[in-house]
Write a protein that binds this ligand. Sequence first.
Ligand code: PGA
Length: 225
Amino acid sequence: SLSDMGELKSGTLRLAVVTTAKYFIPHLLGPFCKRYPNISVQLNVGNRQQIIERLKQGIDDFYVFSHPPGDLNTESIEFFNNPLVAIAHEEHPLVQQAEVSLAQLCEAPFLMRENGSGTRLAIENFMSKQGVKLNVKMTIESNEAIKHSVMSGLGVSILSAHTLTFGGHMGLAQLRVKSLPINSNWYFLWLKSKRPSAIAQAFLSHVQNEGREMLLTELARCEPI
Ligand code: PGA
């Protein structure tokens, strides 16, 4: 309860989040840890498959997914939207276009996340529903490495718009691709058999009370002009 929160003096908050969530979780941890200075934090970051493994083992207090596994007995809170957008380097000819067709996007060399990535899963599901095929030139195991590869002109990609927030859009532009973004949402998840600790519950309410507005502001800042 809220009155218990004031009593939280020490302990460890253990979180495991997918790589698209690492762009905002630290911004929520900042004010939270300021409020509870004696709490320590263990933040694990991995792709969807890696975080599913941790969830199965019940290692952490809770987990952040945008494509939660369907086969586990979990409870979840839907937190915020996670739009996947197409990016290119700032000078890319497609950036100037008021509208880019999916076919045009599919012609460009595409930089794809690795197997096990939820981002990749969402892109593949979306493209197969649309009946189109991307021209995958490179497979890259990190959002940052993809962003830098896009900046250097190696190709285009689709990533969570949140990878562009908090200053992360330098050298990159969003493409206005018809029928994008791919919509997904983040969920805070835990095994039903393992209820969140008092610290974890305090963080969950902190996130829900203070997180959304900050994310809205940040997303608006990196929208295509
Ligand atoms: P990921 O992130 O691509 O690193 O697995 C998961 C997701 O946003 O679904």
